[in-house]
Design a protein around this ligand. Structure first.
Ligand code: SAH
Ligand code: F3S
Length: 473
C-alpha cells in the first residue's frame, strides 16, 4: 500500500465541473418491500455521480439489494447504509467524492453502525488507496461486483472493509431486473465495458472489456418497460454502436427495439465515429421511432491529436460522417464531446478544433480540459504538458463559441413546429409542461388539454441557448 502522502490532496474548496454534479439520489424505488431473505434488512441510500451509465448501474444495484430483502430510501437520515456510485473520468470527479466522504464520516461518528460504501469507477480506479484516503469506508466495490452487494453488507458487520475489485468479462447482469423511478424515459444498458483504449481514458481500465447483452433479453426488457409506462428508450453503452451479440449488429438492434409495441421513441448514447456504419445511419434515416439526434464524440479537430489519442479516425473521416448524416437526415441535431489541452496539443491543433466546431456547428457540446488519469496510456507514455492556465483559456474559447452557435441554432428554429414528448410540469410554472423535442431540445409550453406521455406538435416562439419555448400547434 502506498503512503498516505502520495495521494492527491483533496480539499473541500477544490473546484468541480458542472457535468460531474450529483445526478441522482436514489429514491424509495422499491416501495417498502419486506425482508424475505432471513438476513437483516437494511435501509440503503445511494448517491450517483457521473454519467448515465452510473444512473443505470444504480438502478441495477437497487434491483439486487431489493431482491435480497433490503430497501432503498430517499432520505439520507433514514439510511443504515450509504453507497456512493462514483465516477473516475476526470480528477475533479474523484475530488468531489473524497470531499463527500469526509462529510459522511461526521455522520458515521454520530451513528457508529452506519455502513459507508464506495462503488463504481472510482472504487475500481483507486482500489485500496481509497481506504488510505478514507479509512472509515467499509466497502469498496467496482462495477462488476454488484452481485456481491448483499453479501458484502453482511460481511462488513465484522468491522473489516470489504473489497470487491475483480473485473469480469462475462458479467452483464442480464438476469437482474433494475428498479427505476417511474417516468417517461428509461435508460437501458445494452453493452458494458469498452475495447477502444483511447489513450486519455480510464474507462477500459475500470469497466473492463466490451460485452453486449443478447438482443432477445433486451427486447423482453423493453416490453416490460412499455408495460410499466415508459415511452422513450435510451440505449446505453460506451461505444453503443459497436454492439454485437454475435448474431445482431447495432442497426438490427435499433429496428428491433423500435419495433416493440408501445415504444414511441428510441435514442442511444454514445456512438463511436469509427463504428458509424450504414446500418446505423439507415435506422436514423428510416426508422420512425429512432430520434433525429446523434451525440458523436469528436474529442479534437486535429488529426495529429486524434492519432495520439488513438481515436482511430481522422478529421476528414469524422467530417465525412457528418456530411453523410446531414445529407440523409437533414433535420438531425448533432452534439459532441471535445477535450482541450491534451498532451502535446499546440495552438495550431487547438485552432483546428475551434475551426472545425465553427464549421460543423454542433447543436450542443460537452467540453473538457484534459485531466491526466493514473493508469491510462497517456499517463504512461505522454507528457501532460499544456499548462493549466492555457487549458482554461482554450476551454473558455470553445465554450463561448459553442454557446453562440447553440443559441443561434435555437433562434433559427423559431416558427418551426417540432414533436415533443411530454415529461411533466415545467420547473418554473405549473401551467406549463416540459418535454424533449425529437432533436433532444428541452421545450416548454402551456399545457392546454395535453397529458404527460403524449407526443404533441409544438410551434416554437422564442428560445434561449438551451431551451425552446412555444405552444401546442
Ligand atoms: N464512450 C464515450 C466516452 C465516455 S467518457 C465515447 O464514445 O467517446 C465521456 C467524455 O469524457 C469523453 O468523450 C471525453 O470527451 C471526456 N473524457 C474522457 N477522459 C477524459 C480525460 N482524461 N480528461 C478530460 N476529458 C475526458
Ligand atoms: Fe473511453 Fe474511448 Fe472507450 S473515450 S469509453 S476508451 S471509446
Amino acid at each position: 500500500m502506498k503512503n498516505r502522502s502520495s495521494l492527491p490532496l483533496y480539499t473541500p474548496s477544490s473546484p468541480s465541473l458542472p457535468d460531474e454534479k450529483l445526478l441522482y439520489q436514489n429514491t424509495d424505488l422499491n416501495n417498502n418491500r419486506s425482508d424475505d431473505s432471513g438476513l437483516s434488512s437494511r435501509n440503503v441510500y445511494i448517491e450517483t455521480y457521473g454519467c448515465q451509465m452510473n444512473v443505470s448501474d444504480t438502478e441495477l444495484m437497487s434491483g439486487i439489494l431489493t431482491q435480497a430483502g433490503h430497501r432503498t430510501v430517499s432520505h439520507i437520515d433514514d439510511a443504515d447504509v450509504i453507497l456512493l456510485n462514483t465516477c473516475a473520468i476526470r480528477e475533479n470527479a474523484e475530488i468531489k467524492v473524497i470531499n463527500r466522504l469526509v462529510h459522511l464520516n461526521h455522520r458515521k461518528r454520530r451513528k457508529e453502525d452506519l455502513i459507508i460504501g464506495v462503488c463504481g469507477c472510482m472504487a475500481q480506479h483507486l482500489r485500496d488507496k481509497l481506504l488510505e484516503a478514507a479509512p472509515y469506508v467499509d466497502l469498496v466495490m467496482g462495477p462488476d461486483g454488484y452481485r456481491d452487494l448483499p453479501m458484502a453488507l453482511n460481511a462488513v458487520v465484522t468491522g473489516d472493509p470489504f473489497l470487491s475489485l475483480q473485473l469480469d468479462k462475462n458479467e452483464d447482469y442480464a438476469d437482474i431486473a433494475p428498479i427505476r423511478k417511474e417516468g417517461i424515459r428509461a435508460w437501458l444498458t445494452i453493452q458494458r465495458g469498452c475495447d477502444k483504449m483511447c489513450t486519455f481514458c480510464i474507462v477500459p481500465f475500470v469497466r473492463g472489456r466490451e460485452r453486449s447483452i443478447p438482443l432477445d433479453i433486451l427486447t423482453d426488457d423493453v416490453k416490460r418497460l412499455v408495460d410499466e409506462g415508459f415511452k422513450e428508450i435510451v440505449l446505453l453503452g460506451q461505444t453503443v454502436n459497436s454492439y454485437n451479440d454475435s448474431q445482431h449488429d447495432f442497426g438490427e438492434l435499433l429496428w428491433r427495439i423500435a419495433g416493440v409495441d408501445g415504444v414511441e421513441r428510441v435514442r442511444f448514447t454514445s456512438p463511436h465515429p469509427a463504428d458509424a456504419t450504414d446500418s446505423m445511419i439507415d435506422a436514423l434515416e428510416n426508422c420512425p421511432e429512432v430520434c433525429k439526434q446523434l451525440h458523436l464524440p469528436l474529442q479534437s479537430g486535429s488529426t495529429r491529436v486524434l492519432e495520439t489519442m488513438r481515436r482511430t479516425y481522422t478529421v476528414e473521416q469524422y467530417r465525412d460522417i457528418v456530411y453523410k448524416l446531414r445529407e440523409r437526415v437533414p433535420q438531425i441535431a448533432l452534439s459532441t464531446d471535445v477535450i482541450v489541452g491534451f498532451c502535446g496539443e499546440t495552438e495550431e491543433d487547438f485552432k483546428q478544433t475551434y475551426q472545425l466546431m465553427e464549421e460543423i456547428r454542433f447543436d450542443t457540446a460537452f467540453m473538457f480540459k484534459y485531466s491526466d488519469r493514473e493508469g491510462t496510456l497517456a499517463n504512461k507514455m505522454l507528457s501532460d504538458d499544456v499548462p493549466e492556465s492555457e487549458k482554461a483559456r482554450r476551454l473558455n474559447e470553445i465554450i463561448d463559441l459553442q454557446e453562440g452557435i447553440s443559441a443561434d441554432i435555437n433562434t433559427a428554429s423559431i416558427g418551426t413546429t417540432v414533436p415533443v414528448l411530454i415529461e411533466g410540469n415545467s420547473r418554473r410554472n405549473d401551467e406549463e409542461y416540459h418535454g424533449k423535442s425529437d432533436t433532444f431540445k428541452t421545450t416548454v409550453f402551456p399545457k392546454e388539454n395535453a397529458r404527460i406521455g403524449d407526443i404533441v406538435d409544438v410551434t416554437i416562439q422564442s428560445s434561449t441557448a438551451h431551451t425552446l419555448i412555444g405552444e401546442i400547434a
